[in-house]
Design a protein around this ligand. Structure first.
Ligand code: DX5
Ligand code: ZN
Length: 214
């Protein structure tokens, strides 16, 4: 069974609250929340207030994906409303200090890598990670095409997890659908993020069940 973390990026936030009971009933494991600052990525989404509101209305664990520059400046605020908190290795914060800080705040730590970053670059950080997020599209927008080059990174991270005797989860984000999700799971992915596949389908429950069954 794959762990499923739907990305709410494309949802209508003024009606999102009405969707929560259905999401809870669907058995999703996490809610993937994409924070974009218009600098680290060319798009702007939302910040702490939206996550704080979502937190208020559901107990589904919140999986925050920060796509912002110098994320260490905002870790404390986001940690208040997140169960999993991830930032990009490429975003200009000291990764060791930032991962430690997240754990000190009692939140699960995630390091995220963009498509052009090799998995080997973060091997030394893995003991500090509860999850590693491999981007399978350039971060910034939903609805992009899955990059198969992400699969070898997943396999490399899985092998290194075994080699170091670690427990972190491997998550993938971008272009996940009925065709690409099985490839990801076969390569070693534990957590599937899916945005457009789940929310633009008109049949959210069915799509979530399809991913969970992998
Ligand atoms: C993209 C975001 C994703 C996005 C995924 O930068 O990190 O979480 O919402 O959307 P899909 O599943 O449509 O590729
Ligand atoms: Zn994301």
């Amino acid at each position: 069974m794959a762990i499923v973390s739907p990305s709410v990026l494309t949802c209508d936030f003024l009606s999102f609250r009405d969707l929560l009971p259905q999401l809870e009933a669907s058995g999703v494991d996490m809610l993937h929340i994409d924070v974009m600052d218009g600098n680290f990525v060319p798009n702007i989404s939302f910040g702490v207030p939206i996550i704080k509101s979502i937190r208020k209305y559901t107990d589904i664990p919140i999986d925050t994906h920060l796509m912002i520059d110098t994320p260490h400046r905002y870790i404390e605020e986001f940690a208040k409303y997140s169960d999993w908190l991830g930032f990009h290795y490429e975003a200009g914060s000291d990764p060791v200090a930032t991962l430690k800080k997240i754990r000190e705040l009692g939140v699960k730590s995630t390091i995220t890598i963009k498509p052009n970053t090799n998995a080997e670059e973060i091997f030394h950080l893995l003991p500090l990670c509860d999850m590693v997020l491999v981007m399978s599209v350039e971060p910034g927008f939903g609805g992009q095409k899955f990059m198969e080059s992400s699969l070898s990174k997943v396999a490399a991270l899985k092998a290194e997890r075994d080699r170091q005797g670690l427990q972190f989860l491997i998550e993938i984000d971008g272009g996940i659908n009925a065709q690409t999700a099985p490839l990801a799971v076969n390569a070693g992915v534990d957590v599937l993020v899916a945005g457009s596949f789940v929310f633009d389908s008109g049949n959210m429950n069915e799509k979530i069940a399809e991913l969970k069954a992998l």
